[in-house]
Design a protein around this ligand. Sequence first.
Ligand code: DC
Length: 214
Amino acid sequence: MSSVIVAIDGSAASGKGTLAKRLAAHFNYAYLDSGSLYRAIGVAVLRQGGDPSNESQAVAAARTLDISQFTPEDLRTEAAGVAASQVAAIPAVRAAILQFQRDFAHKPPQGKKGVVIDGRDIGTVVCPDAQAKIFVSASLEVRVQRRIKELRAKGEVVIEARVRADLEARDARDSSRSVAPMKPAEDAWQLDTSTLNADEVFDLAKKFVAGKIA
Ligand code: DC
């Protein structure tokens, strides 16, 4: 029997990661944060003193990626997010990790019956066959405030204008790249979370997914 695939795409700091994790726990599906793969590739290049926008360095890091070398803290920094967005714009980097993501979707670990994968191109490129696709968005201002709260909670010193500029630059790079740009799949449900809290978003999404997999 083929696995159920739930694709959660959306912009940086839109709340898609929190939502995807909660949906995976609720439906007892496996969870894959595809952004963490790009983050790990970006951080690997930085660790070698390289430039994440350099194609040969980024592709070499993608082909030798060992995710166990990174803690969640290594991957959640703003610098990792920017490096991820740079390596993600390189088509050969995307190609290097495409099959891994598809295998995870079609053969979930631990015999789970389904997967929730979040990213930018899950519903459009990685798993166009996903049964449920949600594209999560929120206004730039709301995302800036959410990101600031998250960073302050981690004890980081935050410069608001810098957070805004980083998010804008990532949005622009993620949606304008030539391969697998961030965009809603034609059959995705578009969920604007600007005026919703995390519980409200989860409730709406849970009902949507339940309806799709029934
Ligand atoms: O979701 P995130 O912020 O962890 O993603 C980090 C970067 O990785 C993001 O700016 C773009 C890239 N990315 C991508 O291009 N495709 C994905 N499926 C997931 C992330």
